[in-house]
Structure formats: C-alpha cells, structure tokens
Write a protein that binds this ligand. Sequence first.
Ligand code: ZN
Length: 249
Amino acid sequence: MRALVLSDIHGNLDALQAVLAAAGEFDVLWNLGDIVGYGAYPNEVIETVRPLATVNVRGNHDRVCCGLTSAEGFNPIAAEAANWTQRTLSPENLEWLRAMPQGPIRATARVMCAHGSPLHEDHYIVSMRDAFMPLQRMESEITFIGHTHLQGGFSQRNEDWEEARPSYSDDDTLEAIDMEVPKGTRHLINPGSVGQPRDGDWRAAFAIYDDEVERVTFFRIPYNVKAAQEAIRQAKLPERLASRLSQGR
Ligand code: ZN
C-alpha cells in the first residue's frame, strides 16, 4: 500500500495541485491537518482533498477557521487570515471542518496520524527533546505528524535515538529522499508542509509511505508560487502571507 501523506496545505491550491501531479499512484491519502488558513483557496483545497482522503485529522487552524475555538493565541496575521477563511468557506465546508476528528487517528495497525504531538494536538515537535516522550508513549510504532512545517523525523530503537532531516542538493527541481522505517523502530515523521514550508526551501513538501517495503520517501516539488502569491494579494490577505511563500519561511 502506498499512502500519500500531506500536512499543512493551508489553502494553497497551486502547491496542492503540483503535489498531486507529482505523487503518482497512491492507495490512500492521509491529511494531517491545517488544510486551511493563510492561503487564498480554502474551499478549493477542501473540495480537492475531501474525496481522496481516507484519514483526516484536524489542525489548530482548521479548528479556528470553522469557529470551534477562538483565534486567541494566534498572531495578528494568522488571526486575520482565519477570519477571512471563515467568511469565505461554504457552509458545507465549514461543517466538514467542524466534524474533523482530533488526532491521533489510527491509519493502519502500525501507523497513527496526528497534527501536533500524539500526546497533545497543539504541541510542536521541533527537536529530539520534544520527541522524547511521544516516541516512548505513543500507541503505534509510527506516527505521522505536522504542525511545525518542518520536514523530517525522529526515531528510536532501543538506546539509539536519531533525528532525520532530508538534505537536498538543489532548489528548483523535484527531489526525493528515502528513509527506511524497519519494524521494531519507533518513528515520528513529518512530511513537511504542502502550502507554507518554513525550512527555507520554498518547494511544496510531502511524503509517501510504502508499507510493503517499510519505507518513507520525502519529496520537494516546485510549484507555481507566483500564482499562489497573486491570489493572496487579490484576496487582500496580509502581504506577509504572500512574500513568505517564495522564501520558504
Ligand atoms: Zn500549520
């Protein structure tokens, strides 16, 4: 089974379309949350992902954009984008977001999906220090997570602890990097952000998990970032949300 693992799409339809075109054939799609917020196409991304996704986990932006929780704690730019998104979403898509379950959600016998930490949906796992407890306490060998917009993973096998950050050679082509996930090893894996990467690489990030060979492949794919920026400006969303896309920050 090939699972396409997507997180933090954030209303970026241009990035999402490039990812789906590059992903090739897949059997299931797991959406790790923050499908909306920031980008100019919240309805379109929901309507693209909804028929394909077999697992959906809510993110903090999903929760605020559909009015389940307030934007308190969001910076002013994120709050403004959440307000705009809530006004723009169709009633049906708002309803779909409101019904989205909190992670972690079981995807297979070996895999669960979460937005933040498997121990708390809003916790960020940035460092091994953050990963330490979740790796030991999570209820599956592998948990796919999002939330930080940083592609990579943390693993544990007995006394061996490792951090994996895919390091790419280029920045304007499609690149893929494999990571083995052998049984008996525990992994927290972040496919990176489709719609707003924050690791200095502007290309859309995603991952494919193949359970027959127990391997995760990380991808970066160029997309029409100018079109995404133009749509954000047309929607009169904050300029920073457009400019940051070409910086990957
Ligand atoms: Zn996010």
